[in-house]
Design a protein around this ligand. Structure first.
Ligand code: NDP
Ligand code: OXD
Length: 313
């Protein structure tokens, strides 16, 4: 029986080496090797091809390289086996680093200073202190909760919005569609850390931006999206950044990746673009996490962090 790596667009060699070392005596395969699909028990996957799981009559679980499983959930022939997502301290730490860096940059109005530097213009701004600025986090799962606690610890006022009600000390929380408008009305810096599902697709649109608080941050509210490009309507973001509905945005993810050179987002001084690197799955901790999961599961222990197929995350 075997583990098959099926990572689209990612160099599999380091992962394969790592899994072979961590699982001595167990077959670890890449698609370049000869194998019988019936011997595959686990597939380690990222954006698997439509025929990825064909003939895998003994498949026990699909292991997702990413924390986000939207591409797997949309797979046209996803077998009826558990899907385990990547939940990892290192990844969480990196995502919070990204969110904090962008929130702080916007609170201190660095978009304006960058534009002034280009124009060789000496202008002083007096932004409100971080405790006067509210960072509203959409999605209070593994990543959103860590970011919320850390932003709070460095002085921001923090709120959060999730599907079901939660409690996090010192963070005002909103839940469900009924409370979305109240959440937005109190938010200066909107951070998206939602999973991409049919409910959350396109949620970052003009209607949403117009509901954000306007009198907190100098120049208007800001968007930070480090979740999925499918959450955002890029034509709305461009329009909002041009006419001041949004003062600035930090985008790590896009409707189409890589972001096409024709996208008007590239041209906007108040849009900070990163190429889907907010939190890359780490090879060492990924191999550790999934090889331990395989060994435990083969010993009869339950899988952890299994995706709820009905919720889609
Ligand atoms: P989790 O599954 O732990 O958390 C998801 C959160 O979103 C939960 O709080 C959930 O609510 C909330 N949520 C889901 N649906 C809705 C809805 N319809 N309305 C309101 N809230 C909703 O996910 P993670 O924190 O681990 O990851 C979040 C996303 O980050 C991933 O799905 C992935 O797309 C993205 N990501 C991006 C990376 C990058 O490099 N850019 C790296 C890693 C992840 P509830 O708690 O009530 O269930
Ligand atoms: C993920 C990602 O989902 O890197 O982990 O986007």
């Amino acid at each position: 029986m075997a583990l098959l790596l099926h990572l689209t667009g990612i160099d599999e060699s380091g992962w394969a080496r790592g899994f072979k070392e961590a699982l001595p005596g167990y077959r670890v395969l890449t698609r370049a090797e000869q194998y019988d699909p019936a011997e595959i028990e686990y597939v380690f996957a990222w954006r698997p091809a439509p025929n990825a799981f064909e003939g895998m009559s003994n498949l026990k679980a699909i292991l997702s390289l990413g924390a986000g499983v939207d591409a797997l959930m949309a797979h046209p022939a996803l077998p009826d086996v558990p899907v385990v997502r990547f939940v990892d301290d290192e990844l969480t730490h990196c995502m919070s680093d990204y969110v904090i860096s962008q929130a702080t940059m916007h609170q201190r109005l660095f978009t304006r200073y960058a534009a002034d530097q280009k124009a060789k213009r000496w202008r002083q701004y007096y932004p409100p202190a971080s405790h006067e600025i509210t960072v509203g986090i959409m999605g209070l799962g593994v990543l959103g909760t860590d970011a919320a606690l850390k932003l709070k610890a460095i002085g921001f006022s923090v709120t959060g919005w999730s599907r079901t009600a939660k409690q996090i000390e010192g963070v005002k929380l909103f839940a469900g569609n009924d409370e979305l408008d109240d959440f937005l009305a109190a938010t200066d810096i909107l951070v998206c850390l939602l999973p991409l599902t049919e409910e959350t697709r396109g949620i970052l649109n003009m209607k949403t931006f117009k509901k954000l608080r306007r009198d907190g941050l100098t120049g208007g509210p800001v968007l930070i999206n480090a979740a999925r490009g499918g959450h955002q309507k890029e034509t709305d973001i461009v329009a909002a950044l041009k006419d001041g509905i949004l003062a600035a945005a930090s985008l790590d993810v896009f409707e189409v990746e890589p972001l096409p050179v024709t996208s008007p987002l590239w041209e906007l001084d108040n849009c900070f673009i990163t190429p889907h690197i907010a939190a890359i799955s780490n090879e060492r901790s990924g191999v550790n996490y999934f090889s331990r999961m395989i060994l435990e599961h083969r010993d009869g222990k339950p899988l952890r962090n299994v995706v709820d197929r009905d919720r889609g995350y």
